[in-house]
Design a protein around this ligand. Structure first.
Ligand code: SF4
Length: 117
């Protein structure tokens, strides 16, 4: 049986330091939704250093195109040509989804090297 890793019981000083400052948090991941204990946030006693509390910025939420299947591609369930927008509506010069935006994006790389041609 595998034992779960925790910063608290790690022997290394750096991990104990991380545990002193941070606490695990449930975070959303593109294509995966919220994964329990997948992120870190500052513990209550360090909240005064939290930029989210210090800088009053409101970031507008972005509605993703419902035809974009980035999430399934990132999870390895589909490949870019299975998206009906791939290489038509969605190209690197006019990306619809995050997978086409950056040079490392799965759709961008697939488009650039045309792996199926
Ligand atoms: S980034 Fe573009 S091609 Fe890739 S899944 Fe989203 S819409 Fe389809």
């Amino acid at each position: 049986m595998r034992k779960a890793f925790t910063f608290a019981n790690a022997s290394s000083f750096k991990y104990r330091l991380i545990d002193e400052v941070f606490i695990l948090s449930d975070e959303p991941w593109r294509g995966f939704g919220v994964i329990p204990s997948s992120g870190l946030k500052l513990r209550e006693e360090y909240k005064s250093f939290d930029a989210e509390n210090m800088i009053p910025v409101s970031v507008p939420t972005h509605e993703e195109n419902k035809a974009c299947i980035c999430g399934e591609i990132l999870r390895g369930l589909k490949i870019p040509p299975e998206c009906r927008l791939f290489a038509g509506t969605c190209v690197p010069e006019n990306p619809v989804g995050a997978c086409m935006v950056s040079n490392e994006g799965a759709c961008n790389v697939y488009y650039k090297y045309r792996l199926n041609e």
